[in-house]
Design a protein around this ligand. Structure first.
Ligand code: KG4
Ligand code: ZN
Length: 346
């Protein structure tokens, strides 16, 4: 590559700390991940059966500099060579977000680099661009994570229309709560995914919630209660609980609803490309069911590798790049916004 081409490169240093992963990455020209470092706090929070916000913030403070340094050294770049710094500023745990936002501001200020605040959900959606170089908007994206379940029309880079969202629990949250109830522990999603392979998804008829006034909206709290009631009923009657059957039947109920709502939107909106994103997108049963449904509808199906489904900074680097090339820059007053909605002005 000659110097002129090198000068046109846009290299983003990205930071993510919205929940329990301390992550940094370097992304070149939007889709080339030069490095992606993730320090997962899962082992720490497993002791408490879920994420403890205060512990998460403290661990982020401890790890953030190491993670940023490793991302730069893995990419064989110095801070000077970075074009801009992107950081998740919401939604998420406020204390956790603040660590990343403060670190990004300090680095950008000291190195005189532009600063770009990124919406976490936009990051999840953009994870699809990393390995699918041909994917361009418009496409429909199902975002399913621990905190969110959204059906989003990606009209253009950075332009989103939310067709549906959860009315109560997020899909990942339901996985985590049900896993805890059947004794699988935290984090529930991957454990239910694995245990389900041994169970019968038709063993127990759990409900599939329908929302009358918006066919695209989701509700998972009724399903969670149905699982808890089933477990209580079994205990009271002295019936032994088949963990794998409960896991598989619960998972099937979630997957059925996610696929059905997604395909309803595909049909009604004449969608040609469909993508899935977020931690729950790494669920093997959901991936297979969506792929099959898209094939039947003649729609192209995209999904990130599991490592780019769960929280990471590479996806923030991709989203940050598309915001940066649109001219988005943030000031030193950039703040953490725990309940930031997709489409809100940052
Ligand atoms: O995207 P993510 O890392 O964090 C948020 O932004 O929330 O998602 C974490 C969620 C957790 O609820 C976790 O249980 C779920 O994603 N998850 C899964 C799987 N892997 C992670 N859910 C179902 N199946 C999986 N294989
Ligand atoms: Zn996330």
């Amino acid at each position: 590559m000659n110097t002129k081409e090198e000068m046109r490169d846009i290299t983003i240093l990205a930071i993510e700390s919205s929940c329990d992963e301390t992550a940094a990455a370097v992304v070149r020209n939007g889709r080339e991940v030069l490095s992606s470092v993730i320090y997962s706090q899962i082992d720490l929070h497993t002791l408490y059966g879920g994420v403890v916000p205060e512990i998460a913030s403290r661990k982020h403070i401890e790890k953030i500099n190491q993670v940023v340094e490793k991302a730069l050294s893995d990419a064989r770049l110095s801070l000077e060579e970075v074009t801009a710094v992107a950081v998740t500023c919401g939604p998420g745990l406020v204390g956790a977000l603040l660590v990343g936002v403060s670190a990004a501001k300090a680095i950008a200020f000291a190195e005189k680099k532009p600063l770009v605040g990124v919406h976490h959900i936009e990051g999840h959606i953009c994870a699809n661009y990393i390995e699918n170089k041909d994917l361009e908007p418009p496409f429909l994206c199902l975002v399913v994570s621990g905190g969110h379940s959204h059906l989003v029309m990606v009209k253009d880079y950075g332009e989103y229309e939310i067709l549906g969202r959860t009315r109560d629990d997020a899909a990942g949250e339901a996985f985590d709560k049900v896993a805890r109830a059947i004794g699988l522990g935290y984090p529930g999603g991957p454990k239910i995914d694995r245990v389900s392979d041994l169970g019968n998804p038709e063993a127990i008829a759990f409900p599939r919630a329908k929302i009358v006034d918006n066919v695209y909206d989701f509700s998972f709290s009724g399903l969670k209660s149905a699982v808890l009631n089933y477990l209580n009923g079994c205990r009271m009657k002295g019936i032994e609980i088949n963990q794998a059957d409960v896991a598989a039947s619960f998972q099937k109920a979630v997957v059925d609803v996610l696929v059905e709502h997604s395909m309803e939107a595909v049909r009604r909106h004449g969608v040609k490309q469909f993508a899935v994103a977020g931690g729950v997108a790494s669920n093997s049963h959901l991936r297979a069911a969506l792929e099959e449904a898209c094939k039947r509808q003649g729609v192209r199906f995209y999904r990130p590798s599991p490592v780019y489904c769960t929280d990471n900074a590479a996806m923030i680097g991709v989203a940050g790049y598309y915001e940066f090339v649109k001219g988005v820059r943030h000031g030193w007053d950039l703040n953490a916004v725990p309940n930031l909605r997709l489409g809100d002005k940052i």
